[in-house]
Ligand binder design. Structure first.
Ligand SMILES: [Zn+2]
Length: 370
């Protein structure tokens, strides 16, 4: 590892704002770095098809075994309330990379990109003793892992891999993440003049408020959690509102139980709304599938032997969040998010220790080396 290079790469990447759908400047940085190594890249059509300015970027390098490994890192960052500055001021204090606290740092996931680029440098500059690698820089992770879901899995030969994205400590992998669904519930009542003919109306806000008090919300059990977070409806105080929309989500590790809670939400919505003369329409959207990776899988075995080599304790984490690993596992590529040690992600206090970045690189390199 070239310590200065990986550090500079991280700083340069973090200085470039790249909120979801606007990944182009970071993609161009990555492309120029990869092209300077004499490697070819492919960019898919995710930019056009997902209303962004950039597609997923794929680079392949050959290796000394017959089985490829997939590495991914996402190019987008969250868009904080208040937006992002044109250039992010990045500082290093006592070995910790951070901003001037006027914006996020974006180490989520520029740290993953910096590590992936350093792996490519290492592969080109040293004798080849690695697995063949397929490295994918994805778009739109922060708005529902859309780039990874879009990726043409038939174009990927790797069956195992690592998602270089994690605010968990170095030495951890996330082996289980929940299924996530969204629901859009519409209550339909009857509009009427609120003063002249109130008896002719069915107030959808009132009907929906009765549903809200009965719908499951919060932690259902240790495996399942649901929340309603958006409500829309009504136009004027002198009109009985006829349409109200409630938008919520449901996450769970056990698909059977997720489907049970889903039915419970539907049954409650229909029963309560129809009892007041309103009607219910509910539409479910699967945002991403859940996954559970067995400890016998090859990627886990590589990870454990790498940790053993560095005398690091191995920790397996179950999360209630989600990311690129969800759709990738859902499409048959067994992969786990790889802890990089980034902290306070999605806030202006976001930071990462260079020692963690360097340790994560060494650990990953060991995982992909024969
Ligand atoms: Zn991330």
């Amino acid at each position: 590892m070239n310590t200065d290079r990986i550090t500079n790469t991280l700083v340069e990447l973090c200085e470039i704002p790249s909120p979801s759908r606007c990944e182009r400047p970071v993609a161009d940085y990555i492309l120029s770095r990869i092209n300077s190594l004499g490697l070819d890249t492919v960019e898919d059509n995710a930019g056009d098809d997902l209303n962004g300015d950039t597609g997923n970027i794929i680079v392949r390098v050959d290796g000394k075994s017959s089985s490829s490994l997939l590495l991914t890192a996402h190019m987008d960052t969250v868009m904080p309330v208040g937006g992002l500055p044109d250039r992010i001021n990045v500082n290093i204090t006592d070995g910790v990379v951070h901003t001037d606290q006027n914006s996020i740092l974006g180490a989520d996931d520029k740290a993953g990109i910096a590590i992936a680029l350093e792996v490519l440098h290492h592969r080109v500059e040293t004798s080849n003793d690695m697995h063949p690698l397929e490295i994918v820089f994805t778009v739109q992770e922060e708005i529902g892992a859309r780039g990874a879901a879009y990726l043409d899995k038939d174009s990927i030969s790797a069956e195992q891999g690592f998602v270089l994205d994690g605010d968990t400590p170095v030495g951890t992998v996330i082996v289980s993440a929940p299924h996530k669904l969204r629901y859009d519930l519409v209550a339909r009542g009857v509009a009427a003049h609120a003063a002249l003919e109130p008896e002719k109306g069915i107030n959808a806000i009132k009907a929906m408020s009765a549903v809200v008090t009965e719908l499951p919300c919060g932690k259902i059990d240790s495996n399942t959690v649901t929340n309603y977070g958006i409500v829309k409806g009504g136009n004027a105080t002198n009109v009985i509102p006829d349409i109200v929309e409630l938008i919520g989500e449901l996450r769970g590790h056990d698909l059977d139980h997720v489907q049970h809670v889903q039915k419970q939400i539907e049954e409650t919505a229909h029963r309560v709304l129809e009892s007041s003369g309103a009607s219910a329409e509910i539409v479910w959207t699967e945002l991403y599938p859940g996954y559970s990776v067995s400890l016998d899988e090859l990627c886990i075995r590589y990870f454990v032997s790498a940790c053993n080599k560095f005398n690091m304790q191995v920790d397996y984490i179950t999360t209630d969040g989600g990311g690129d690993a969800n759709p990738l596992n859902g499409s048959g590529i067994t992969c786990v998010p790889f802890g990089l040690g980034m902290k306070a992600i999605h806030t202006n206090q976001e930071n990462i220790r260079l020692a963690d970045l360097h340790k994560a690189f060494h650990l990953l390199l060991e995982c992909v080396t024969l």
